[in-house]
Design a protein around this ligand. Sequence first.
Ligand SMILES: N[C@@H](CC=O)C(=O)O
Length: 361
Amino acid sequence: MSDKLRVGILGATGMVGQRFIALLENHPWFEVVTLAASPRSAGKTYEEAVGDRWKMTTPMPEAVKKMVVKNVNEVEAVCETVDFVFSAVDMTKDEIKAIEEAYAKAETPVVSNNSAHRWTPDVPMIIPEVNPQHNEVIPYQKKRLGTTRGFIAVKPNCSIQSYTPALDALKEYGPKVVVATTYQAISGAGKNFKDWPEMEGNIIPFIGGEEEKSEQEPLRIWGHIEDGVIVKADGPVITTQCIRVPVLNGHTAAVFVSFEKKPSKEAIIEAWKNYKGLPQELELPSAPKQFLHYFEEDNRPQVALDVDYENGFGVTLGRLREDSVYDYKFIGLSHNTVRGAAGGAVLCAELLKAQGYISKK
Ligand SMILES: N[C@@H](CC=O)C(=O)O
């Protein structure tokens, strides 16, 4: 029998579910054994259920093609086959809250890409390099749920990845005010250009709920644990505008920042170069070796050239310069469906395994 942890994917047919499957093909620690989706897909083989909606650039892995998709609502039937699940279910927020909690209560850890539990006080929301210590709320959550091994952990929104780690690297200088405009790829909405031809040559200046997430979620990431819950940080003040642009993959952020103690440009670049966290120290399988990469060239980072940096798990930065209103401005780029979605969740699960929160049943 394989030593790998047996993994289920909830919401396996959607774009994030597909990305989980692509990323977990040949994963050294995790093996996809169960795929679950809506009752509409249940009972079909995975290739029948997905049909012509496979959106990854790599072919559908042979190992999943003939798997019969389970009904995601049949919690016990899924749980008895797996050690933990990734969740990318597409339901209303209340339904997601309920179903993820049902899996956790059935003693199956849930690592979720969804936003539903991001503000549940005892649910950790993790960027593994930035706040791995927030997983320490898990025992409190288990106590509330009455479980011994089941719990929920989540990753934050894709939009914040292009600037939150870059600012975290500068925390000794006290980032005070942050203004960010994000230029977000259409895959963030689960679409490609075939599904969304109106996006060819177009820009849409609105993404529902995105600005609130982009402004608030970094504060929870920088929060601290008090009495078994995560209390969000008081600052910096963050204001954002989030814009949909005609790009398939890759969220770019144009960021302005002022500090309590203004660093030199050289000190910022040095801090980015040296920035690393637990994933790098523990050499987690998906951890980028160099998380933040700064380009000296004026025309980088570019989506077409740089989105796949470190297999999509790294963040590229460029154009750091002094500003006439704020202290500095710079550009950040991250892969929204790898680091920003399924990949971020896979890295969280690797961290949870390394920290002993998920293991074989
Ligand atoms: N809401 C985002 C997806 C991030 O997870 C988007 O629409 O791009």
